[in-house]
Design a binder for this molecule. Structure first.
Ligand code: ZN
Length: 239
């Protein structure tokens, strides 16, 4: 896992940086404040400003060690640029991502250590999370809505740490996904996201600093997807 700038500096939305590689319509930046997507979290949106103009970003492409920033026009920025993260969009992703950790924690604790089989956040303020839950009662799952919003109201701090791969696999429940283990950083570490007093799990996305920064959550739908998978769809109130 690349140790993205945004994971260490999640509150920096405008970053002065420099173009270190450019082709018409795409650039490599010296430092980038953007989350390029992954783990079910959508890539950031944003803009670049430089002395010659400004342009919106349309996406990211990882090639080798570099992340190309794809531009909405075939321009060729150079030199110093200001990279600007779309704050409301990042906030939406941070809320959904943190809320999915809460759902995940409550399902893991209340349903015999059920593991996650898939996750996706959406730009309309909804998200889905799939669990390997062959026997669960959907009404009991629906009943988690109150507990999710209790955790939000408690405004629990969300912290991150890094552990070694060995520690990650030794700690029960830290690797919560049935299919994907977050890849280690270049120095062999796994990032752990902790909701104080509730949950610790390996993850490589962006989260809120505390649960209280999320809007309330509704459980919109619960579907059976195949014999084993249960899909919970959640939505933020007021989005
Ligand atoms: Zn996460």
């Amino acid at each position: 896992m690349t140790r993205y700038f945004c994971l260490d500096e999640p509150e920096v939305f405008d970053l002065e940086t420099a173009v270190v590689g450019a082709e018409p319509g795409r650039v490599l930046l010296d430092r980038s404040p953007f989350y390029p997507g992954g783990g079910g979290q959508l890539a950031d949106r944003g803009r670049l400003q430089w002395s010659g103009g400004e342009v919106a970003l349309t996406g990211f492409e990882t090639l080798g060690d570099g992340i190309w920033h794809l531009l909405a026009e075939p321009v060729l920025p150079s030199g110093a640029v200001v990279a600007q993260v779309d704050r409301p969009f990042r906030q939406l992703m941070r809320e959904l991502h943190t809320d999915l950790h809460i759902v995940n924690a409550l399902v893991y604790q209340g349903f015999d250590g059920a593991l996650v089989t898939g996750v996706q956040m959406n730009e309309d303020g909804t998200a889905r999370i799939d669990f390997d839950l062959p026997e669960a009662d959907n009404e009991r799952l629906r009943g988690l809505e109150g507990a999710i919003n209790d955790v939000i109201r408690q405004d629990l701090p969300v912290r991150e740490t890094y552990v070694t791969e060995e520690e990650a696999f030794d700690e029960p429940g830290l690797i919560r996904s049935r299919s994907v283990t977050p890849p280690p950083t270049a120095d062999g570490r796994i990032r752990v996201v902790e909701i104080a007093g509730l949950d610790r799990q390996a993850c490589g996305g962006t989260h809120l600093a505390a649960t209280g920064a999320s809007r309330p959550v509704r459980i919109l739908k619960i579907d059976n997807k195949g014999r084993h998978n249960r899909r919970l769809r959640i939505g933020l109130e007021g989005v």
